[in-house]
Design a protein around this ligand. Structure first.
Ligand SMILES: Cc1ncc(COP(=O)(O)O)c(C=O)c1O
Length: 419
């Protein structure tokens, strides 16, 4: 009776635990930690959505068990979003299901379609449930590169030819957590063609559909003709409407996959609390200015963070989407690895980040920095990082360069120092 349970044995110790422990200890000591280690939106849900919840909760008829797959109006609202945003027409009866956050849907669909020993293809690094949903269900995971380009397509082709048994499913996530990579429709087209050729299901995680900063607006894989034959896509209200705690997400696409998820969920849950579902309809079908405002907020934070890091002498690519920067360790710290670097940054700069190793072995050499504090706190964080870098012998760029892309960064650092 002392041996660990089979499924629990398949879950490795949580890599983030060490950094989280150090973070908690610093807080107990009364230190002010700027926590950029989480993916938890820090701004409130727009008031009209909260108002709809409050109204509905006052109605006693809303207190009963709800509908596991989502009330019809909610599934229609999601179909309306896909029509407006992607020009994709979905049948709310057969091609849409509401989930208790997209994470629950990802986990339960993984369980629904997996036989023990199946081979599943998962990008590495990735958001942990992408591989662990399948691992808990008894599958073997084969890692593929996380970049939406030829490298991933070549790795998929090799995986199809050499994996035994042949892969049954592939999961992708763009804009990505943790890498912030964004895919375009041509890439999805190639992915769908490959998956259709080899009878592989695709699960696409589009949780950051609306968190993008440039001209490349994230597409849906369901825009690819024929995608619906093999693909299902997950979306979420968590980031789009700052509703992470409400637990409301969706799966849409292939009717066979939607039916499988519906069946599993009908055994497991009674659906989200009805007032949450009604408020989710208000989110999807009501005024959308709040979505643009949230996007602008993250873009401003992104700009402040990246400028501040450049001014600190840390070259971090500016993310095109998601709510994260995926930062290669500065060369001076590369040897120590992402976990020790995260602990050192916490201890000496009071800034918490997530070690890349926590997202898979190929995440080593990076840390994930979340855009989850306001611009003032982000400025405070990058100033502390600048001092940290200087203490460790890194020379930040000159404070007032004549011209060039770093000019803004250094100017910002000077302005920040005065702020
Ligand atoms: C890529 C990705 N997918 C899914 C989720 C889970 O979102 P939800 O709140 O809808 O369960 C997250 C949360 O951070 C995420 O980053």
């Amino acid at each position: 009776m002392t041996e660990e349970f089979h499924r629990i044995r398949r879950l490795p110790p949580y890599v983030f635990a060490e950094v989280n422990k150090a973070k908690a200890a610093a807080r107990v000591r009364g230190e002010d930690i700027i926590d950029l280690g989480m993916g938890n939106p820090d701004t409130p849900t727009p008031p009209h959505i909260v108002q709809k919840l409050v109204e509905t909760v006052a109605d006693p008829r809303s207190h009963r068990y709800s509908v596991s797959r989502g009330i019809p109006g909610l599934r229609r609202a999601l179909a309306g979003y896909y029509a407006r945003r992607f020009d994709v027409k979905l049948d709310p009866e057969t091609e849409v299901i509401a989930t208790l956050g997209s994470k629950e849907g990802l986990a339960n669909l993984s369980a629904a379609i997996t036989s023990p020993g199946d081979t599943i293809l998962v990008p590495n690094p990735s958001y942990p449930i992408h591989q662990f949903g399948f691992i808990i269900a008894g599958a073997s995971v084969r890692s593929i590169p996380a970049t939406p380009d030829e490298e991933m397509l070549r790795a998929l082709d090799r995986a199809v030819r050499h994996s035994v048994p042949k892969p049954t499913a592939l999961i992708v996530n763009f804009p990505s957590n943790p890498t912030a990579y964004v895919a375009d429709l041509d890439f999805y087209g190639e992915l769908v063609a490959l998956a259709r050729r080899h009878d592989i299901w695709i699960m696409s995680d589009l949780a950051y559909a609306e968190i993008y900063f440039g001209d490349r607006v994230p597409p849906s894989i369901l825009q690819v003709p024929g995608a619906r034959d093999i693909a299902v896509e997950f979306t979420s209200l968590s980031k789009t409407y700052s509703m992470a705690g409400w637990r409301m997400g969706f799966a849409a696409g292939n009717p066979r996959l939607i039916t499988a998820l519906t069946r599993i969920k009908s055994y497991l849950d009674y659906g989200a609390f009805t007032p949450i579902q009604v408020a989710a309809v208000a989110a999807l079908s009501g005024p959308q200015d709040c979505v643009a405002e949230i996007r602008t907020m993250y873009r401003e934070r992104r700009d402040v963070l990246i400028r501040g890091l450049h001014a600190a002498g840390w070259d971090v690519p500016s993310p095109e989407g998601s709510m994260f920067a995926w930062a290669p360790l500065p060369p001076a710290f590369r040897e120590m690895g992402s976990v020790d670097f995260s602990k050192l940054l916490l201890k000496e700069a009071g800034v918490a980040v997530a070690p890349g190793l926590g997202f898979g072995e190929y995440g080593e050499g990076f840390v994930r920095i979340g855009l989850v504090e306001n611009t003032q706190r982000l400025r405070q964080a990058t100033r502390a990082i600048r001092q940290f870098m200087i203490r460790h012998g890194v020379t930040p760029p000159p404070a007032r360069p004549e011209t060039g892309p770093r000019a803004d960064a250094a100017a910002d650092a000077v302005a920040d120092a005065d702020a």
